[in-house]
Design a protein around this ligand. Structure first.
Ligand code: FES
Length: 891
């Protein structure tokens, strides 16, 4: 099948329209009211083309390309007609835009069609209120592209047509800074006149010197980016339109928050503690100090005296090498990662239930889902690109159930919001399971064929007091019935977050959710299954690489003699057989004097882990603390050796996102000063310790990973990863396409395992004297402990952590928005400013943890999930009171 556009042949793709086909051939066909991926408005008529054999002109944005068609886009008749349309557009809009062959699209079309215009002049109405976006209404031609993409992308309605629908668009607030804008940059991407533009592109020159495709280093979504570089600076970051993960979309962190890279306080030189202070040193001195220190402690005190926390911000290759170093050189499994304090419960429960501690589903299942349940997650803030996909699916009519104590943004679009009491997840999920049984909506064929443990779970559900459970969860009977009716209709996509895993009963909460996944026949089906949203960019990969004390790369148990024997053949020495310690256990061992050396790669445990004073005491008790970091963090300040690291814009390697997709990370820029990529530094230390490591590149490391864990990564290589969308594991052989839906032909462990578990009362529920329940979490503008985002203009958008309370709770305490308060739990005390929010119900308090001065984690108690050791960040009893003259203590 062949068609021709301007004499150039191409094969029509199913459903493709002429405008899309022309874009495929890089033909710059003017088209003002059409944006790829959205239904064209068909009003501007600029895209009219001639079709051989048809007399009338056709709108290319609507015309399907068919076999044998011969299209002309640039005949004298078309050019003349477009010239007239463009002239009219400029006259009617009054926009001040220069005709410029190098300018934004409309400027180019004006120049090409010889339309003379008044030209650009500065407009006093230009809105410069936002740190990233600039809006000059004087350049707006009211094409409405921004109105469309804002609604269809992030799902906002920031822009609306101006006066009588023909004036410049308006943002519905005094200025852009105070509008609903989430700074995703989508409108800038599509504005044809640069009326909407990026402030950091001002004066940056039109064309970048080079464009590097890579993977975003914020959160576990794994958006594909094109980093445009000029000199030694990032000129801008664009989303990759063809990428399966993000389809060109980004959030404000991925697109704009890159100023940390050139921050003045980046670590640019190794530091060694001499006397009491950290002093600059050469790499040779730093490597020698690390190697000698580790070797001495190992010789004097044995393998249990050393451990490492690998970084979930680093690459798979660097993580693999660091855990391998501790395995082969020091014979210890004291290797752990930040998953311990976030999704360790998820990984454990999913592995227990299904055989794989990872998502069964993919992000593409969002659009294929029959029903979506978002549980203990706030995707539009913490994972905005995935959040927008869920939001759009709900808007398109997919039933959405939100289960979360807070009325998160997605709850506004949900058919049902179950605002459960924090920590009552197991009981709530059991209640829903009980109702599925009562309604006869359990997928019994699926259970019989694919699962085990049903008789035990059925007996437990049969004995449950349904009415009491609803009351304890704080959810109405009718709402539970409605939720069961929605879930019972067939496969469901369960999207969950840290609201489940960071609980004292975190592992059991995820197990109970997996029960629902199996009762509804969802796991292993397209458009359904389990899709945990992972926090850090490479936390999935870090666990995959063996940074867990009980597992070797690919989740191979350290206790399995066959696995150890196979790895001995590959590594030359057998990995140690005893499981190591988790992060909290290593810190306790350090405090007790048993753990003497720690290498912490890219993790600020002093800020991110609970029990701040205990963590600091543990770090200060160490004989050798090695910290590999971008900045001198609170943890780094306690180090004996600080190794300056390369960030995600400067590293070569791979990240694995939350849907098990391994994608390339490519260096767009050199690290500053003497900072170096993590994998190189680990290799240097290994060689200084006498290991014959000679990896020439991260690609070679990946080849080894494929041999070490062939059941998951056997077919993964850099050659294949050059494919646009990477590879989803398991990918077992060079011809294996990767796996979008895990457990499709049966569970990895054989049978899916149902869990008959008793719900427990959260230890911080109903503590006398502490009337509020504190939930901690992220906000849109910041990432984790803010090490990177606080060094960007995101700080202007969110300068502090706020304690959000329902207006009733403010009134009860005589508080107003912005008042400073003391927050006190049984474990610690801190201060913050309050903000009134209807999204937080009475009795609940929400506090983020992005700013070190907030000391959010001082409030967190010692409660942990007994299996995963994950701290309970989601249920803490607190009291709050005004600070200063109006109040002298929490109540
Ligand atoms: S793009 Fe406007 S009518 Fe086709």
């Amino acid at each position: 099948m062949t068609a021709w556009i301007d004499g150039r042949p191409l094969t029509p793709r199913g459903g493709e329209r002429v405008l899309e086909a022309a874009r495929r051939l890089s033909i710059d066909l003017p088209a003002l009211c059409s944006v790829p991926g959205l239904e064209p408005l068909g009003s501007c008529r600029l895209c009219l083309v001639e079709v051989e054999g048809r007399g009338d002109l056709q709108a290319a944005c609507h015309l399907p390309l068919a076999d044998g068609m011969r299209i002309s886009t640039e005949t004298p008749r078309l050019v003349e007609m477009r010239r007239g349309l463009l002239r009219l557009l400029m006259e009617e809009s009054g926009a001040r835009l220069a005709a410029d062959p190098e300018g934004p699209p409309l400027s180019r079309w004006l120049a090409r069609h010889g339309v003379s215009v008044a030209g650009a002049t500065a407009d006093s109405r230009a809105d410069r209120s936002h740190p990233y976006l600039l809006y000059d209404p004087g350049r707006c031609v009211a094409c409405r592209r921004c109105v469309e993409v804002c609604a269809e992308g992030p799902g906002r309605f920031v822009w609306s047509p101006g006066e009588e629908g023909s004036g410049p668009v308006e943002c519905g607030a005094a200025d852009l800074r105070h509008s609903d804008c989430v700074a995703c940059g989508e409108c800038v991407d599509w504005c044809p006149t640069a009326a909407l533009s990026d402030r950091d592109r001002e004066g940056a020159g039109a064309a970048p010197e080079r464009v590097v495709r890579s993977t975003c280093g914020y959160c576990g979504v794994g958006c594909q980016v094109e980093v445009c570089v000029a000199g030694d600076r990032v000129q801008r970051i664009d989303g990759v339109r063809e990428a399966a993960v993000n389809r060109g979309r980004l959030c404000l962190k991925g697109r704009y928050a890159h100023a940390w890279r050139a921050s003045r306080d980046r670590l640019t030189q190794p530091l060694i503690r001499t006397g009491g202070d950290l002093e600059p040193a050469s790499w040779e001195e730093a490597i020698a100090r690390v190697a000698e220190g580790l070797d001495r402690i190992h010789r004097q005190h044995g393998p249990d005296a050393l451990g490492t926390f690998t970084s979930s911000r680093s690459t798979n290759e660097a993580e693999y090498l660091l855990q391998k170093l501790f395995q082969v050189r020091f014979g210890t499994n004291h290797v752990d990662c930040c998953a311990r304090v976030c999704h360790s419960s998820t990984a454990l429960a999913l592995r227990w239930a299904t055989g794989a501690g990872a998502a069964s589903a993919s992000y593409d299942d969002i659009e294929r889902a029959r029903c979506i349940a978002v549980v203990g997650a706030n995707p539009t803030e913490a994972h905005p690109v995935v959040g927008a996909r869920i939001l759009q699916a709900a808007r398109a009519g997919v039933p959405l159930i939100v289960i979360d104590p807070r009325r998160i943004e997605l709850a506004d679009l949900a058919q049902l919001h179950l605002a459960l009491r924090p920590g009552t997840n197991v009981e709530l999920f059991h209640s829903l399971a009980q109702r599925l049984v009562q309604r006869g909506e359990v997928d019994r064929e699926y259970l019989e064929r694919r699962c085990e443990g049903w008789p035990e779970l059925e007996a437990l559900l049969a004995g449950m007091d349904g009415l009491g459970a609803a009351a304890r969860c704080g959810v109405g009977e009718a709402d539970l019935d409605r939720a069961a009716a929605l879930l019972g209709g067939g496969p469901v996509l369960f999207v969950h977050g840290l609201g489940l895993s960071e609980l004292t009963q975190g592992t059991d909460s995820v197990r109970a959710l997996c029960n629902l996944g199996m009762l509804t026949g969802s796991i292993g089906r397209v458009g359904a299954g389990m899709l945990p949203l992972r926090g850090q960019n490479n936390v999935q990969g870090n666990a995959d690489m063996g940074s867990l004390p009980g597992f070797l790369p690919g989740y191979q148990p350290v206790t399995d003699p066959e696995v150890r024997a196979r790895l001995e053949r590959l590594w030359g020495v057998p990995p140690p057989e005893r499981p190591g310690l988790t992060i909290p256990e290593m810190l306790e061992a350090a405090k007790a004097g048993d753990m003497r050396a720690l290498w912490i790669q890219g993790e600020d445990v002093a800020q991110s882990d609970p029990g701040e004073s205990q963590v600091l005491a543990a770090l200060e008790a160490l004989e050798l603390l090695v910290v590999q970091e971008l900045f001198l963090t609170e943890t780094g300040r306690r180090a004996h050796v600080v190794l300056p690291a390369a960030g995600w814009l400067e590293q070569d390697g791979t990240f694995t996102n939350g849907e098990r997709r391994i994608q390339r990370v490519r260096p767009a820029l050199d690290p500053p000063g003497q900072a170096r990529p993590d994998w190189e530094v680990v290799c240097d230390v290994a060689r200084a310790l006498g290991l014959p490591w000679s990896y020439a590149s991260p690609a070679e490391v990946m080849d080894e990973i494929a041999r070490v864990a062939p059941h998951l990564f056997g077919g993964v290589s850099y050659r294949r990863l050059e494919q646009a969308d990477g590879l989803q594991w398991p990918c077992r052989s060079p011809d294996h396409p990767g796996t979008a839906t895990l457990h499709a032909r049966g569970f990895l462990r054989g049978h899916g395992r149902l869990a008959a578990i008793a719900p427990l009362v959260a230890p911080e529920a109903d503590v006398p004297g502490y009337p509020l329940t504190l939930v901690t979490g992220r906000v849109l503008q910041h990432y984790n402990v803010g090490t990177m985002t606080r060094r960007t203009p995101n700080l202007e958008l969110a300068a502090r952590d706020w304690l959000s309370l329902h207006p009733e709770e403010l009134g009860r305490r005589g508080l107003r928005d912005g008042d400073a308060v003391a927050i006190e739990s049984r474990w610690g005390r801190t201060q913050a400013q309050v903000r009134s929010s209807h999204r937080v119900p009475p009795g609940l308090a929400f506090l983020s943890f992005h700013h070190p001065e907030t000391h959010t984690n001082r409030l967190i108690g010692p409660h942990r999930d007994p299996e995963s050791q994950c701290p309970d960040y989601k249920v803490t009893a607190v009291r709050v009171a005004p600070l200063g003259p109006a109040g002298d203590g929490p109540s």
